[in-house]
Structures are given as structure tokens and as C-alpha cells.
Design a protein around this ligand. Structure first.
Ligand SMILES: [Zn+2]
Ligand SMILES: [Zn+2]
Length: 526
């Protein structure tokens, strides 16, 4: 059974109604990996409904978390906001209402492109609206017990007067710098003497004061538990590190049970995505996002990447080198779905079909893709209009020369062509990029090259214009001339592409007009 269905089944044994939660800290532009728990949560949520249960998917914006580090996409002077709750930061480009809105709106828009639409909830809003009032009171009253739990699970020792609450300082506005030390009648007394987050110190302003329980936040482990309890969360994907023994989940689970008398949700541990070719991310100086991935592989292939294996299995993606292989794996799953199971072990068939099905955005199509992603990467390069757009009539003619049939392109094929072109423009390695040179490139031909081209010129004049015949004729001609086949292919790449290598030559030449190919060979000999 596919893993989303396994989780759904387990959850439905516990209850027939579920709340599947995911969450993201808003510290800048969310990278590709930040989308994974939201996507997994959505998959499980939909599987619960398919199995007849009730379910809702929510996404928590952790916007009360203190701003710790100025990310690359934000002006340097944002360091003045370090220590403030993310919710209190302005938009870095002045284009919208706030820092949080600036980064979450496009993130959610991109998730909509893959039909992932959780209800978004702002943590800052929950505090301000008093949704956390009850759990905060409970936490403050049971501060000693919480302290003991945190010490027993994670060994963290707190000061004697420690309280599980971080007020937002009334003087400097920071949340990472305050310590609460007394609580009575919904009022918390604190001092702003500085704090540490990770390894970074955040100096306080020295202010001492008193705030209400809506003007601050709970410490992370307590807040997580409070949220599960308050909202009734039943399932939540989380990074493997959080789910590990002694990790955040374990302490939050105990706090949830003992302090808030609630059940902790079923954890779905997942592996962080390794984005290969970090070099690329760094040199371009920007973060790769879920939107970037959808742009270069279609929404369906993007989803397939997340659902084809268990969340806890190794997941790596390299925008430069791994994209055509990912597309090919997806196309294989499509063939399996449509009945071609010849190359797949029996026990994997059902999971592959289900992964394909879950990855669809507008329901399962009536038929498999017409042209593969890798074939399209070649076809779009040889069929570009002068303005850089894809010439679909040109591709139609190219394919006709190769297959003898006229293809009418559906939306799916057109989308795949568009995303393949974006991959070529933005990420593809140089060795897969090429273009048919309209004018004869500068090439120095050896005597052997000339001998080969002369022989080829007559050999191709009476063959059928078809990929494998062209390929075989080139090969046989190289043998008749007693030359190395590799060198002969190379000279052809040079006179057509101006490079020493390229896509499969038989297909490349077959996709071109025959007269053009014949005249280019003759021209090279002049
Ligand atoms: Zn903005
Ligand atoms: Zn302060």
C-alpha cells in the first residue's frame, strides 16, 4: 500500500475526523525543502478523505518567532529588526503589507499550482486574538512541571524564576531578548536583558516591565504542544531530527499529555531534501523554491518527486543534472499506470500507479504523454522563433519527419515543452544545450573529414529520411571510409551545431529538412 494510504488507514483506526498540520518559520523566502511537510500533509489529508474519513489540512505560519538572521534576499539594514517577532517586520521591497506577507503569499500561490491548499493560520494572529489565552494560563501555572519535563527529556536547565513565556519588550519590541520572572492575574513581569538563539546572542535594552498574556509567546516546545491541544491536531509531518528520541517532539508530546491533558498527533518523520549542486544556488545567489521546481518540471512531476518514496527516505534533487532523469522516472510511472508493467517488479506496481495518481493535478488523464521531456528538450532547441518562443508548427514538422505522423499537441505536451525550455535557459548544463546553426560554423576539416563527408553526401541522397536510417548510414559510411565512427559523428555535430557533441544525431538530422542537411554537407566541402 502507498505510504499516504498507510498513514490514512492508521489514523482512521483512531478516529474518523482529522486535522493534519504543517508549519513553516518565516525567516525569509521559504526554500524548496520548506514545502515538503505541507505537501506530505496534503497527501495524507486527501487519502483520509478518499478512505471515507473527515479531514482538514492547516498550515501554521510561525510568525511570532524572533527574526534571527538577515537572509540574502533582504536589505542589509534589516539587521535593525533582529530579535523582533517576524510578524512585526515591514515588507523588504515596500510592495506589500509586511515581511511575512511578502514571503508567504508567493509561497502559497506556488503550492496552489500543485493543488496544495491548506488553511493558513498566523501564530501571531492566534496570540493577538486570545486563542492561546487558556493554554498560556495553564502553562504559566504549571511552569515548574514544564521545567521538570524539559530537564528530564532534553537535559535543559532553566533559572529558578523561569517562566514559559517570552514577552515582547514594550520598549525595543524584541521577543528574543526577554525573560519572564513573575506571573499574576494575566500579567507577566519581565526584564529585557538579552537572549541567545542558536549560537547568536541578542542584546536586550535593559527595560523591565509588565505585559498581558497576549503580548508575547510560549517557548517553542511548549507552543507546539499548546497548539496541538488547542487546535486538536491529529497528524503532523516533521523533520527526522525533531522526531528523534530526546528531540522536540518527545518533550512536546509529554507536555501535551501532562500539562494540557491532550493527545499528541501522529508524527510523520521526513528526511530533509538535499538540493544537489549547492554551487549553483550559491553562484546564482538565490534560494531554490518550490516555484522554481514547478517552473522546470511541470506540477505533476514536482509532486511525483515528493510522493514516489517514503517521506523518511533519502531525497535529493539537482536542478542542473537530475531533472531529465526525474522526468523520465515520472514518464515510466505513467506507462505503468496505463498498463505497461513489463519492466517493473510485481510488488512495486501498485505503489508506482498510486504515486502517479496522487501526482495528478486535474485528475488522471485519458492517455499517456505524447512526447517525452528529454525529447522535448531537443525539439524545443531546434524549433525556436526569433523571439525565443517555441515554434510548435516547427516541432510538428520535425516530429512528422521522424514518425511520419502529424501530432496535435495537447496542453500537457505544450506545458512540458515550456518547462523544458525554462530548464534549458536557467539550469541545464552546457553540454545539453545546442542550436542548429543557420549559417555554416567556422570548422577546419581534415582530409579524413572531407573524405567522409564526400562519401556521406552521396550515401544519404537516396535513403529514406528517417532517424535510424540516417544514423545507420552515417555509421556505415564511417566504416567504408575506414574511419573512427566517433570522429565522423563529431564532424557532423560541428557543421550543424558548431559544437563537438549534441543529441542523438539520427533524430536531430531527421527532424531537419532533408534539403537543408544535404546542402550543409556540400557547403562544408566547398
Ligand atoms: Zn512585499
Ligand atoms: Zn527591550
Amino acid at each position: 500500500m502507498h505510504w499516504v494510504d498507510v498513514y490514512a488507514e492508521k489514523l482512521l483506526k483512531l478516529s474518523d475526523s482529522h486535522l493534519v498540520q504543517s508549519g513553516t518559520g518565516i525567516s525569509g523566502q521559504p526554500h524548496l525543502g520548506s514545502a515538503s511537510d505541507i505537501i506530505y500533509a496534503d497527501g495524507i489529508h486527501k487519502a483520509i478523505i478518499e478512505q471515507g474519513g473527515k479531514s482538514k489540512a492547516i498550515w501554521i505560519m510561525d510568525d511570532m518567532d524572533g527574526f534571527r538572521k538577515v537572509p540574502g534576499q533582504v536589505p542589509k539594514d534589516f539587521k535593525q529588526y533582529l530579535g523582533l517577532p517576524a510578524a512585526d517586520l515591514p515588507c523588504p521591497d515596500g510592495c506589500c503589507g509586511s515581511f511575512v506577507e511578502h514571503f508567504t503569499r508567493p509561497f502559497l500561490k506556488n503550492l496552489e499550482r500543485i493543488d496544495v491548499r491548506p488553511e493558513a493560520i498566523s501564530v501571531a494572529g492566534m496570540y493577538k486574538d486570545g486563542k492561546y489565552d487558556e493554554v498560556i494560563r495553564t502553562a504559566l501555572e504549571k511552569a515548574e512541571e514544564i521545567k521538570t519535563i524539559l530537564y528530564e527529556v532534553s537535559g535543559s536547565k532553566k533559572a529558578d524564576d523561569w517562566l514559559p513565556f517570552f514577552p515582547v519588550c514594550e520598549q525595543c519590541g524584541k521577543v528574543l531578548t526577554t525573560q519572564a520572572y513573575a506571573y499574576e492575574n494575566d500579567k507577566v513581569q519581565y526584564r529585557c536583558s538579552g537572549g541567545v538563539a542558536g549560537k547568536t546572542k541578542f542584546p536586550g535594552c535593559g527595560h523591565e516591565g509588565e505585559v498581558g498574556i497576549r503580548d508575547g509567546k510560549l517557548p517553542w516546545r511548549v507552543e507546539w504542544a499548546a497548539r496541538w491541544s488547542h487546535l486538536g491536531v491529529t497528524c503532523e509531518p516533521m523533520g527526522k531530527d525533531l522526531a528523534a528520541a530526546g528531540g522536540t517532539y518527545e518533550s512536546s508530546k509529554i507536555i501535551c499529555e501532562k500539562i494540557f491533558n491532550s493527545q499528541a498527533p501522529m508524527p510523520v518523520p521526513y528526511e530533509w531534501i538535499v538540493i544537489g549542486g549547492k554551487r549553483l544556488g550559491k553562484s546564482v545567489g538565490r534560494i531554490l523554491t518550490i516555484g522554481d521546481m514547478i517552473d522546470i518540471v511541470t506540477p505533476e512531476i514536482t509532486k511525483y518527486f515528493f510522493f514516489r518514496s517514503q517521506p523518511a527516505s533519502h531525497k535529493e534533487i539537482d536542478f542542473e543534472f537530475a531533472i531529465p532523469k526525474l522526468a523520465e522516472d515520472y514518464e515510466n510511472s505513467e506507462r505503468v499506470f496505463f498498463g505497461d508493467t513489463s519492466n517493473v517488479p510485481e510488488k512495486e506496481i501498485d505503489d508506482i500507479k498510486r504515486s502517479y495518481e496522487i501526482s495528478q493535478i486535474n485528475g488522471v488523464p485519458e492517455y499517456a504523454s505524447q512526447v517525452s521531456y528529454s525529447h522535448l528538450t531537443s525539439l524545443v532547441q531546434t524549433n525556436l522563433n526569433p523571439n525565443g518562443e517555441i515554434d510548435w508548427d516547427g516541432i510538428k514538422n520535425s516530429l512528422y519527419r521522424i514518425t511520419g505522423e502529424y501530432t496535435i499537441f495537447d496542453l500537457k505536451t505544450k506545458t512540458t515543452g515550456e518547462v523544458a525550455l525554462k530548464w534549458l535557459d536557467g539550469h541545464a548544463p552546457e553540454n545539453v544545450k545546442f542550436s542548429i546553426q543557420k549559417d555554416m560554423p567556422e570548422v577546419e576539416l581534415s582530409e579524413d573529414d572531407k573524405r567522409f563527408l564526400t562519401a556521406l553526401s552521396s550515401a544519404i541522397s537516396d535513403i529514406e529520411w528517417e532517424a535510424s536510417q540516417i544514423h545507420d548510414t552515417i555509421y556505415e559510411t564511417s566504416q567504408t571510409c575506414e574511419l573512427k565512427a566517433g570522429a565522423c559523428f563529431k564532424v557532423l555535430y560541428k557543421i550543424f551545431l558548431g559544437k563537438s557533441r549534441g543529441p542523438k544525431l539520427g533524430f536531430l538530422l531527421a527532424s531537419q529538412d532533408r534539403e537543408f542537411v544535404e546542402s550543409r554537407v556540400k557547403e562544408a566541402l566547398d
